[in-house]
Design a protein around this ligand. Structure first.
Ligand code: CP
Length: 312
C-alpha cells in the first residue's frame, strides 16, 4: 500500500483490526520505525480528533509531525489545470505538493466537499491532486467523499465491543441544523460491508447515500423497524446526496433516544450536537462508545502510518 485514501485500500479488514489491537496493547513497540521521518499534516478544514490522534500516532512511531492549517496560513492554492492565475490563488498545487514532499516523508490531507458542486466533490480534486503531484505517500484525513481513518476506527471499535459472532449494526441518519458531508457515512458503510455483521442503514426519504457506496446494503426509511434487535447504532447526519447538499428534513423524531436504541451500543464519530442528533441520556450512559471511538483514532492512524512506513 502506497497511499491510504479509502476504505478500499484495506486488503483484509480482519487482519488490520487484529494488528490495530496489538498496537493498542503496546503502542510504543515500533517507536524506532519512524525515526527521522516527518509526517506533514495539511488541514483545509477544522479538526480536533483527527489532528491530535494522528499526531499522537506519529509520535508513537517516533515520527516528527508538522501541522499546517492551509486555509488562511498558506498561499491560496490553485488546482485548475492551465488556469491563468490572476485571481485569488497564488500557488499551484503542482509546486505546492512537490515542495511539501521535500520536507515530509508522508503527507496527510483534510479537505471537505463544497456540497454545492457534486461533480467537483466526486472527483476528489484536492486529495487526488496531492496523490498526483506529491512524490511521497498521501493519507486522507477526511476528503470530500470519505473518512477512511474514521471508518477503520469504527471497524476496530465494533470488533472490540461485539459479544456475538455476527452482531447487528445499524447506521442511522439523525437531524442537524447544518448541511454536512457524506464522508463519514460512506466510509462506515464501506467498512461494515467488509465485516461479518448484519448491516442496515436507516434514513428518511431523499437521504439515501450514493448507490455506488450502499450497493446492496438494505436501506429502511422506518427507523424503529431498523433498530429492532440492534447491537450497535451508529449515528450520523448527512445532507441529501440526490438533491445534492440540501437539508430536506430536520424532523426531531429521528433524534436518537435511550428508549429507541434499548440495549444497543451507541456510536458517533464526534463532534456531536447534543439533544439535536442524540439526547444526553444516551451520550451520558454506559451504552455510549464515543470516547472509546475517539481513543481508537490513534491506533487506526498508527496502523496506517506503520503499514506505509514498512512498505515505502
Ligand atoms: N471525527 C473526526 O474526524 O473529528 P474531527 O473533525 O474533530 O477531526
Amino acid at each position: 500500500m502506497k497511499h491510504y485514501t479509502s476504505i478500499n485500500d484495506i486488503d483484509n479488514i480482519n487482519s488490520w483490526i487484529k494488528e490495530a489491537k496489538e498496537i493498542k496493547a503496546n503502542p510504543l513497540k515500533n517507536i524506532e520505525l519512524g525515526k527521522n521521518k516527518t509526517l506533514g499534516m495539511l488541514f483545509f478544514n477544522s479538526s480536533l480528533r483527527t489532528r491530535l490522534s494522528t499526531q499522537k500516532a506519529a509520535l508513537n512511531l517516533g515520527m516528527n509531525p508538522i501541522v499546517m492549517n492551509v486555509s488562511g496560513d498558506a498561499w491560496g492554492i490553485e488546482f485548475g489545470d492551465g488556469t491563468v492565475m490572476n485571481g485569488n490563488t497564488a500557488e499551484h498545487i503542482k509546486e505546492a505538493a512537490a515542495v511539501v514532499s521535500q520536507y515530509c516523508d508522508i503527507i496527510a490531507v483534510r479537505a471537505f466537499p463544497t456540497l454545492t458542486d457534486k461533480e467537483k466533490d466526486q472527483s476528489e480534486q484536492v486529495l487526488n491532486s496531492f496523490v498526483k503531484f506529491a512524490s511521497v505517500p498521501v493519507i486522507s484525513m477526511e476528503s470530500a467523499t470519505g473518512h477512511p481513518l474514521q471508518g477503520l476506527t469504527d471497524a476496530i471499535t465494533v470488533s472490540e465491543n461485539s459479544t456475538k459472532k455476527k452482531p447487528k449494526v445499524v447506521l442511522s441518519w439523525a437531524p442537524h441544523i447544518k448541511a454536512l458531508p457524506h464522508a463519514v457515512g460512506n466510509s462506515f458503510v464501506q467498512a461494515m460491508q467488509k465485516m461479518d455483521v448484519e448491516f442496515v442503514i436507516t434514513n428518511p426519504e431523499g437521504y439515501n447515500l450514493s448507490k455506488e457506496i450502499t450497493k446492496d446494503t438494505p436501506i429502511l426509511h422506518n427507523q424503529k423497524e431498523a433498530f429492532k434487535d440492534a447491537d450497535f447504532v451508529y449515528t450520523k447526519n448527512w445532507s441529501s446526496y440526490d438533491d445534492y447538499g440540501k437539508i430536506l428534513n430536520t424532523d426531531p423524531n429521528w433524534t436518537i433516544t435511550k428508549e429507541k436504541i434499548g440495549n444497543a451500543k451507541f456510536m458517533h464519530c464526534l463532534p456531536v450536537r447534543r439533544n439535536v442528533v442524540v439526547e444526553d441520556a444516551v451520550l451520558d450512559s454506559d451504552s455510549s462508545l464515543v470516547i472509546e471511538q475517539a481513543n481508537n483514532r490513534t491506533f487506526a492512524a498508527q496502523l496506517v502510518l506503520k503499514k506505509i512506513l514498512e512498505n515505502n
